[in-house]
Design a protein around this ligand. Structure first.
Ligand SMILES: *[C@@H]1O[C@H](CO)[C@@H](O)[C@H](O)[C@H]1NC(C)=O
Ligand SMILES: *[C@@H]1O[C@H](CO)[C@@H](O)[C@H](O)[C@H]1NC(C)=O
Ligand SMILES: *[C@@H]1O[C@H](CO)[C@@H](O)[C@H](O)[C@H]1NC(C)=O
Ligand SMILES: *[C@@H]1O[C@H](CO)[C@@H](O)[C@H](O)[C@H]1NC(C)=O
Ligand SMILES: *[C@@H]1O[C@H](CO)[C@@H](O)[C@H](O)[C@H]1NC(C)=O
Length: 511
């Protein structure tokens, strides 16, 4: 098909930006299909038309797969990136290594003392653009996944981290916030030697190989070394921190606080602009004071931006915008599980219900990779809205002084025509071919076809919540009563105006 012989431009990870790197390049293969795959639908944002060209690949990791520590691999979709320097094309396929990060282990029966860890998984994508339906097993040849290794993470003094609920608070260390490596008050598990509690939902790599993780307890953003050791901690503005009724911080995920992020509604998403070195994180839904205690009013969430160009100082909050999340047909807010930068000011958002395999219902009505732009939105950084006494959206009604981000619906995961091309479906029956409920991550990389310089692969993975009948957690077998594989999908998209060279930089490659 339209594969060019152009060798490995690009990339390893997710965010893009703007510049253009396609110049003098080998001519496309004579037999290339000039039209490329057909456009399924488009979305218009800031005057630019973005195209969805459908699913190009599907793969999975079986629900009972165990990683090198002996635990079920599970939950990997929580955070994903492409490892720096690994993305390449050979004219037929693209390949690379995913770095994935589970959240806090198997926690159907309560949180567990699960040490945070990242896994490396090699992939080979051989895209399929045909319209006829592949069988479910043949479809899995389009995205081949091979587990490589696991790196366990530690915090101060080489201490293991924990997935246990954070019932206690460790005091801030000396020098915070002036000393860049000093910690703020930290969420800790009171029952296991005060280990740092982590529930990781986002990952973004710096060009030096150190990486940022976003978390739901703090909600904090942590930087770790390549070896998996905590380096520094970013504490968000007061409006986002979980304060109880007596004005004290309480990081538990069991109850929502009086103000700040709701329980289990922390920083879900993290994306880094490789050029400006601005790190963006978005709350999964509104803070409590902004209407976050109710699905009917939790619509107005916040996107924050930190300047991480100089890692020798404490990263400064440089931007804060309001993003209106989509609503279901019953006017319930569809929380956002992931963002990734497309180009400066423009992001993909993964907004969805919790239905599908492993979810409450088999029939998912909304699972989308949508687009939003903050180019015309009000930057509320440093304003009165950083004080929880001044909500941006009291009872879910947006303050009139704020222009929110422009949010448009784009790619639907529950498109039966697209799913059936890969042997998948939505709704009954609840078998292995039912699309997973909890899609939670994105990575973005160029397709590297000369005829289509604006085409990219949007990789996305689901979090199976460790649902396996043959699971192992901390060395102990468990039966979650259901087998849900970790599914991966790849969409092909046209993103005009994206700077390919910048995407290449974010992937640690040149083009
Ligand atoms: C964003 O949030 C979801 C949690 O729902 C997480 O799974 C996802 O991986 C996060 N984003 C990134 C870039 O990892
Ligand atoms: C590209 O890589 C794929 C997967 O490893 C392989 O099957 C294919 O033969 C390679 N193609 C070329 C042209 O080298
Ligand atoms: C790390 O060890 C030092 C020296 O024993 C101690 O003073 C400090 O409190 C420890 N830090 C943490 C976070 O446990
Ligand atoms: C935080 O709240 C939880 C649940 O309400 C409670 O069990 C815990 O003791 C509180 N922790 C602190 C430090 O107040
Ligand atoms: C999902 O489908 C299965 C049949 O595969 C059925 O037993 C189950 O009741 C369905 N769940 C819901 C919530 O309808």
């Amino acid at each position: 098909m339209a594969r060019s012989l152009y060798l490995s431009l690009v990339a390893a990870a997710f965010h893009l930006v703007n510049l253009s790197c396609v110049s003098s390049s080998p001519a496309p293969r004579p037999n290339a299909v000039a039209a490329g795959p057909a456009v399924v639908n488009t979305a218009k944002l800031d005057g630019v038309t973005y195209s969805n060209k459908g699913i190009a690949g599907f793969g999975l990791i079986p629900s009972n797969f165990r990683e090198s520590t002996g635990d079920t691999l599970g939950g990997i979709g929580s955070a994903m990136a492409i490892k720096l320097g690994t993305y390449k094309s050979n004219g037929t396929s693209v390949s690379g290594t995913f770095v994935v990060h589970p959240d806090r282990g198997f926690n159907v029966d309560g949180t567990v003392d699960y040490q945070a860890r990242r896994h490396e998984i090699d992939f080979v994508l051989t895209p399929y653009y045909g319209t006829s339906s592949l069988s479910f097993s043949a479809a899995q040849n389009t995205l081949k996944l091979t587990y490589k290794k696991t790196i366990l993470e530690t915090e101060r003094n080489n201490t293991k981290t924990s997935g246990l609920d954070s019932e206690a608070v460790r005091p801030a260390s000396n020098g915070f916030p002036r000393v860049p490596l000093a910690d703020p008050q930290m969420p800790i598990a009171s029952t296991v030697e005060n280990h740092l509690s982590l529930d990781i939902e986002g990952i973004a790599f710096n060009s030096d190989g150190t990486y940022w993780l976003s978390d739901e307890y703090g909600p904090y953003i942590y930087r770790f070394s390549t070896d998996g050791v905590l380096i520094q901690t970013i504490q968000p503005p007061t409006a986002i921190l979980p304060f109880n009724s007596v004005g004290a911080l309480n990081f538990t995920s069991e109850d929502s606080p009086t103000t700040g992020r709701g329980a289990n509604q922390g920083f879900e998403n993290l994306t880094l602009d490789p050029d400006s070195k601005i790190l963006y994180a978005m709350l999964q839904s509104a803070t409590i004071q902004d209407g976050g205690d109710d699905k009917e009013t939790a619509r107005y969430t916040r996107l924050v931006a930190y300047d991480v160009a100089d890692l020798s100082i404490n990263p400064e909050l440089v931007g804060e915008w309001v993003v209106p999340l989509p609503l279901s047909s019953k006017d319930k807010v569809l929380a956002c599980s992931e963002i990734i930068m497309v180009k400066p000011g423009v992001f993909f958002a993964l907004a969805r219900d919790g239905d599908g395999h492993g979810g409450d219902d088999n029939n998912s009505k909304y699972k989308n990779a949508d687009l939003f732009s903050i180019n015309s939105a009000t930057n509320i950084v440093g304003s009165k809205f950083d004080n929880p006494a001044n909500p941006i959206a009291k009872s879910g009604k947006l303050d009139k002084s704020i222009t929110p981000a422009n949010y448009v619906s784009f790619i639907s995961y529950v498109d039966e025509d697209q799913l059936s091309r890969f042997g998948l479906h939505n709704d009954d029956p609840a078998d292995q071919t039912l699309i997973d409920a909890k899609w939670e991550s994105f990575a973005l990389a160029p397709v590297n076809e000369l005829a289509f310089p604006d085409d990219y692969f949007l990789f996305t993975a689901a979090d199976n919540d460790f649902l396996s009948e043959q699971g192992v957690s901390l060395g102990v077998p468990f039966n979650a009563g259901l087998n849900v594989d970790n599914q991966f999908l790849v969409w092909r998209v046209t993103l005009p105006g994206v700077n390919k060279a910048s995407i290449c930089r974010s992937l640690g490659i040149t083009c």
